[in-house]
Design a protein around this ligand. Structure first.
Ligand code: PMV
Length: 353
C-alpha cells in the first residue's frame, strides 16, 4: 500500500538519477569469506559503463513521517518481501549515514529486462545510491558513493564512473573488516572516460525472464568450486592484459581474454555446490555462431556472459552493424540491444513521481 504524503515535504528531499549498467571484461565472481556482508571481491574487475542500458530512479525521503514503511516500485511493479528487503537494507545504509529515521518512496525504471544477465543491480543500486544520498543532502564524492553502492551490489561500485573502470579488491587477505560504511579500500576508479575507445556491447537477448539464482547468492558459492582458486590465480595475469589492451585500444589483445574469463567464471559457477547453470539452448547457439563468424569469416567479435542466459557480443564500432545484423537473424535471439561506453551517473530534473 502506498500512503500519499504531502507533496511539499517529499519534494524537499527528492532527487532523480540515471546510471548506466556495465559489462565486465574481467568478472567479479565470489566474495571474500570474511567480507560477505561487505561484498569484498576475490579479485579486481574491469568493466565498461554502458550508455544505452540504464536505470532511472527517483528517491523521496518522507521528512513528515507519514509513510509507515519504505515503498519500492520497479518497472511499474510494487516490490514485496525478499526483493524489497535488499533495497530497504540499502536505504538503511543511507539512513545510517545521514542519521535520520525517514522512510522513502522509490520509483525506478530500467530500459532493459531486469535480472537477466544485463546488470540491472549495477545500474539500479548506483542510481539508488546517488539519488538517495543527494536527496538526503549527503555530500559524498564518487569514490565514497562507490564504496556505499558496493555494499548493495558489488558491480554497482563500477557504475559510479563512466567509460572504462577498474574496481580494486582493496582489502588484503586476512585484513580485518571495517564497520564503516564509508571505508574506501574496496572501490572503483575510472581508467579512461567514455571517449577513449569506441567499443560496442551488442546484447543478444535469448530470454528476458528473471534468473532463478541471483548473483548475490551465487557469490557465496564460488569458494565451493574446485576451479575457483585456479581462476582467481589466472585473473592476476588477465587483468594486466586487459589494462594494456584498453590503454592501447588493442582489440585483438582484449577479445580473447574477455572471452576466456567469461568461460572461466561460468566454469566456476557450473562446478560450485550447488551447481549454477545460467545458460539456455539459445545461449549456446549464440556462442557457436560467434566462434564461427570469427574463425571462419574473420568477423572481429568476442562474447562474454554475466549471471544469466543472455550473451554480450563485444566488438569495435565499425563492426557493430554487421554483428547486430548477424545476431538478430539467429532463431534464438528475441531482441538485440546495442550500447557504447557511457558517462557516470547523471542527475535528471524530471522526477518519476
Ligand atoms: O553485483 P552483482 O552481485 O550483481 O554481481 C555481478 C556479477 C557478474 O555480473 C556476473 C560479473 C560482473 O563483474 O559484473
Amino acid at each position: 500500500m502506498i500512503v500519499e504524503c504531502p507533496p511539499a515535504s517529499l519534494s524537499e528531499r527528492k532527487a532523480t538519477c540515471r546510471a548506466g549498467s556495465n559489462i565486465a571484461f574481467i568478472k567479479y565472481w565470489g566474495v571474500a569469506g570474511s567480507g560477505e556482508d561487505l561484498n569484498i571481491p576475490l579479485n579486481n574487475s574491469i568493466s565498461m559503463t554502458l550508455a544505452d542500458a540504464h536505470t532511472t530512479t527517483t528517491v523521496a525521503w518522507d521528512g513528515c513521517v507519514c509513510l509507515p514503511e519504505d515503498t519500492v516500485v520497479i518497472d511499474g511493479v510494487q516490490l514485496e518481501g525478499g526483493p524489497a528487503e535488499r533495497i530497504v537494507a540499502h536505504l538503511d545504509r543511507l539512513r545510517a549515514l545521514a542519521g535520520v529515521p525517514y522512510k522513502a518512496r522509490v520509483v525506478s525504471n530500467n530500459n532493459f529486462p531486469m535480472a537477466s544477465g544485463i546488470a540491472s543491480s549495477a545500474s539500479g543500486f548506483a542510481a539508488l545510491t546517488v539519488a538517495g544520498a543527494a536527496a538526503l543532502g549527503l555530500r559524498l564524492n564518487a569514490t565514497r558513493l562507490s564504496a556505499v553502492a558496493r555494499q548493495a551490489s558489488g558491480s554497482a561500485s563500477r557504475s559510479l564512473f563512466g567509460g572504462f573502470v577498474e574496481w580494486e579488491r582493496g582489502w588484503g587477505r586476512g585484513e580485518s573488516e571495517s564497520s564503516s560504511l564509508l571505508d574506501t579500500r574496496s572501490v572503483a576508479h575510472q581508467m579512461y572516460d567514455e571517449n577513449h575507445w569506441a567499443l560496442r556491447d551488442v546484447i543478444a537477448i535469448v530470454s528476458a525472464g528473471a534468473k532463478r539464482v541471483s548473483s548475490s547468492s551465487g557469490h557465496r558459492l564460488a569458494a565451493t568450486s574446485p576451479l575457483n582458486a585456479a581462476r582467481t590465480q589466472c585473473v592476476r595475469e588477465w587483468l594486466k592484459t586487459v589494462r594494456r589492451a584498453i590503454a592501447e585500444r588493442d582489440f585483438s589483445l582484449l577479445g580473447p581474454v574477455l572471452e576466456l574469463d567469461a568461460l572461466a567464471m561460468h566454469g566456476v559457477m557450473m562446478t560450485s555446490t550447488p551447481s549454477l547453470l545460467y545458460w539456455q539452448p539459445g545461449t549456446l547457439q549464440v556462442l557457436q555462431a560467434v566462434r564461427s563468424w570469427r574463425e571462419d569469416e574473420g568477423v572481429p567479435v568476442y562474447f562474454t556472459i554475466d549471471a544469466g542466459p543472455n550473451v554480450h557480443l563485444i566488438c569495435e564500432a565499425d563492426s557493430a552493424s554487421e554483428v547486430e545484423r548477424r545476431v538478430g537473424a539467429l532463431p534464438a535471439v528475441e531482441r538485440v540491444l546495442t550500447s557504447g561506453p557511457g558517462t557516470g551517473p547523471q542527475f535528471l530534473d524530471g522526477h518519476l513521481f
